[in-house]
Design a protein around this ligand. Structure first.
Ligand SMILES: Cc1cc2nc3c(=O)[nH]c(=O)nc-3n(C[C@H](O)[C@H](O)[C@H](O)COP(=O)(O)O)c2cc1C
Length: 218
C-alpha cells in the first residue's frame, strides 16, 4: 500500500467484525511497531497483545466505567453544547465521535485483538506513541481497522493488575488499541486544513500556502 494512502485513511475504525486476526498479520503489526523511534533508541517499551476472551470480559466493565468518566469529566461541556444545538456541524461531529466511542465501549469484549503499549522512563510519551501509530498504519496496510484509546487511565491500577504488569517496574501505560476488520469503508480523515493550524517562523504568521482539500484522495 502507498504510504500516503495509509497516512490519510488510518481512521478510528471502531465498527469491526469479530473475525480473528491471523498470527501472520499480528506479526506484521508488532514488527512494524518496534521499528519506530524512541529516545536514544532506548526501546524501553513493552507490547501486550490481548485476545483472551476471559481477560476481555474482565476489562470490558472497567472500560465502560472509564468512558463514562471521559464523558462526565473531559467532554461534559462539549456534549451539553452539542445536545443543545446538534445540527451545528462542529457539534454534529462531536456527537458522531461520542456515538462511535460509545460503540467501542459497548462492544469491548467483541474486538478480536487489542494492543496495550507501555514505556519506562519517558513521561512525554514520545518514546511509545510513534510505535503505536506504526502498529496502526501496519494494520491499515493489512486491511485491519484500529482505534486508539486511553480511557483506561481512570482505573489504571485495576487494568495493570489484570494484565499482570509488574508494579515495581514503573511501566507507564501508553494506550490500548483495538483492532478488527471494518464493517464499513475506508475514507480520508477529515481535518481542519493545514493553513488554519500552521505558522511560519513566528507564532501567528501564515505558513504561506493554503491546502483547502486533501492532497491525497481516492
Ligand atoms: C491520545 C488519544 C486518546 C484517545 N482516546 C480515545 C478513547 O479513550 N476512546 C476512543 O474511543 N477513542 C479515543 N481516541 C480516538 C480519537 O477519538 C480519534 O483518533 C479521533 O476522533 C479522530 O478520529 P478519525 O481519525 O476517525 O477522524 C483517542 C485518540 C488519541 C490520539
Amino acid at each position: 500500500m502507498d504510504v500516503y494512502e495509509a497516512l490519510y485513511t488510518t481512521r478510528a475504525m471502531r465498527r469491526v467484525r469479530p473475525d480473528p486476526i491471523s498470527e501472520e498479520v499480528q506479526r506484521k503489526i508488532l514488527d512494524a511497531a518496534i521499528r519506530a523511534p524512541s529516545g536514544g533508541n532506548s526501546q524501553t517499551w513493552r507490547f501486550l497483545l490481548l485476545d483472551d476472551k476471559a481477560v476481555l470480559a474482565q476489562l470490558g466493565p472497567i472500560y465502560r466505567r472509564c468512558l463514562e468518566q471521559v464523558w462526565n469529566l473531559v467532554y461534559k461541556d462539549r456534549i451539553a453544547a452539542a445536545a443543545a444545538a446538534p445540527d451545528d456541524p462542529e457539534h454534529a461531529q462531536m456527537l458522531r465521535v461520542q456515538r462511535s466511542a460509545q460503540h467501542l465501549a459497548d462492544h469491548f469484549e467483541d474486538y478480536p485483538l487489542m494492543l496495550f503499549s507501555f514505556a519506562q522512563g519517558d513521561p512525554t510519551g514520545g518514546s511509545i506513541h510513534p510505535s503505536t501509530w506504526s502498529a496502526m498504519l501496519a494494520a491499515r496496510a493489512e486491511g485491519v481497522g484500529s482505534a486508539w484509546t486511553v480511557a483506561f487511565v481512570f482505573e489504571l491500577a485495576a487494568v495493570l493488575g489484570i494484565l499482570g504488569v509488574p508494579p515495581e517496574e514503573n511501566w507507564q501505560f501508553g494506550s490500548c488499541v483495538t483492532f478488527g476488520y471494518p464493517t464499513g469503508r475506508w475514507g480520508v480523515a477529515p481535518r481542519i486544513p493545514v493553513h488554519e493550524v500552521s505558522y511560519r517562523n513566528h507564532w501567528g504568521t501564515p505558513v504561506g500556502f493554503e491546502i483547502p482539500t486533501p492532497l491525497w484522495s481516492y
